[in-house]
Design a protein around this ligand. Structure first.
Ligand SMILES: [Zn+2]
Length: 236
């Protein structure tokens, strides 16, 4: 019921706005070849109303679907959006669940000639100071070591960054970095815990979390510069 009333309210608000736009567009000053100060003022008002329409239409969920118009385009009968057209703004509720987009996964098994052509989604948002980046791509060709051509597999990678800590998640790996990689520096070493000398390992403030059956369930890293909690370490 809530949706029906929201739909009715929006329909009537957009209808009223359209009437105002019609009223302005039919003003006599605009009929005389749109010249003069008055005409310019009314033309500006029309532009402002069009902006209000664009923002009002963001509330529309296109409840009645898209209907064919003259010329072949399919439009929403409530807000007038052409099906498939890109909206330039997003509307998010302040106090309710905020959702942008849907879960998107790679869409093809075809290998695209380059990364740009293979990109399905590449979007980012800054949320109260934290950065979230989602990248979805189909398989693509890439060049490794100047001349070696390789195939980059399809992937969906989600990266969250806060301070200098970065966590990225894809189908194969969860990677956590506590220091950003500086450009033109050598890549960090990588080794499994049992391959690292004990002396070195003791300097790593990392807890491996596991359950009663010995299954790995998580990882806890104490922030650099902070002493690990002694009791937590001794329990593990
Ligand atoms: Zn609509």
């Amino acid at each position: 019921m809530k949706n029906v009333s929201a739909r009715q309210r929006l329909k009537s608000e957009i209808r009223q706005l359209m009437r105002s736009m019609d009223f302005v567009s039919e003003h006599p000053s605009l009929a005389k070849g749109s010249r003069g100060r008055e005409a310019a003022r009314y033309a500006a008002i029309y532009q402002h109303l069009a902006l209000a329409w664009e923002h009002l239409a963001l509330q529309c969920r296109h409840w009645d679907g898209f209907k064919a118009k003259r010329g072949g385009a399919r439009c929403c009968p409530i807000c007038g959006l052409v099906k498939g057209a890109q909206e330039s703004w997003l509307l998010l509720p302040r106090n309710r669940r905020k959702a942008i987009g849907r879960m998107i996964k790679p869409t093809s098994t075809e290998v695209f000639p380059n990364r740009k052509a293979a990109t399905v989604l590449d979007d980012a948002v800054c949320f109260h100071g934290a950065k979230l980046h989602v990248e979805v791509a189909n398989p693509s060709r890439s060049i490794l070591f100047r001349d070696k051509s390789i195939t980059v597999t399809a992937h969906r990678t989600v990266t969250l960054a806060e301070d200098d800590v970065e966590c990225s998640v894809d189908e194969q790996m969860v990677r956590l970095r506590t220091e950003p990689r500086k450009p033109k520096t050598e890549p960090p070493y990588g080794a499994f815990a049992w391959e690292i000398p004990r002396k070195t390992l003791k300097r790593f403030p990392v807890l491996l979390e596991y359950d009663r059956r010995g299954r790995f369930v998580g990882l806890c890293i104490f922030r650099p510069g902070e002493e690990p909690v002694k009791r937590a370490v001794s329990r593990v």
